[in-house]
Write a protein that binds this ligand. Sequence first.
Ligand SMILES: [Ca+2]
Ligand SMILES: [Ca+2]
Ligand SMILES: [Ca+2]
Length: 205
Amino acid sequence: MRFVLPFSFLLLTTGCGLLNGDAETDDSTGGGDDTSVDDTSGGGDDTAVEYTWTPVLINFDELSDDIDVATVYPEVTFSSEEEGTALYAWDYASYSRSEPFTAYTARSGGGAGISTDLTFDFTDPVRALEFYSLGDQTNGKLGWVEVTMEDGSTASVDLFGDGNAKTAELCDLSAYANVTRIELRDITDSNTVNLDDISFEVRGL
Ligand SMILES: [Ca+2]
Ligand SMILES: [Ca+2]
Ligand SMILES: [Ca+2]
């Protein structure tokens, strides 16, 4: 089976990248009242706030069983779209990027992977967000990620595999700050992919 990869794929060495036409994202939020120029709205509440950013690494490796990890981590909640599925930790041993656990969507711990949409909701806004995917049978695009920022703006980033289930591909979303949610969408890989080593910095005062 052959299909045409998006142009952006050619520019990539990592597991995800910008979708074509991404620059148009801002336009969709512009709405009807284009009479105001952006520069005029910058005023009052831009007092420079000094945030702290605390690094977090979720590698699932401290877990002792194939459990639903939806609410295990205080910094992020995972929810899957398809009824009856959840994000389960799984002992993928030497296949993992960090051993022994990865996580993937399924109907039960250790069950067959289900390729359903998966949402990460961050408790506080984050930056420097990266994660790895493996367990891929697809050499090319296998889905995409919608990134939502605190101000409601969004960006779309393609998710890629290299067709080697044992190798992990980096999805680097560090171009985006104050991220409140990401959604992995339209995953086409057989039995979905495994996630590992999700890292980010949590914003605090
Ligand atoms: Ca791990
Ligand atoms: Ca797979
Ligand atoms: Ca791979």
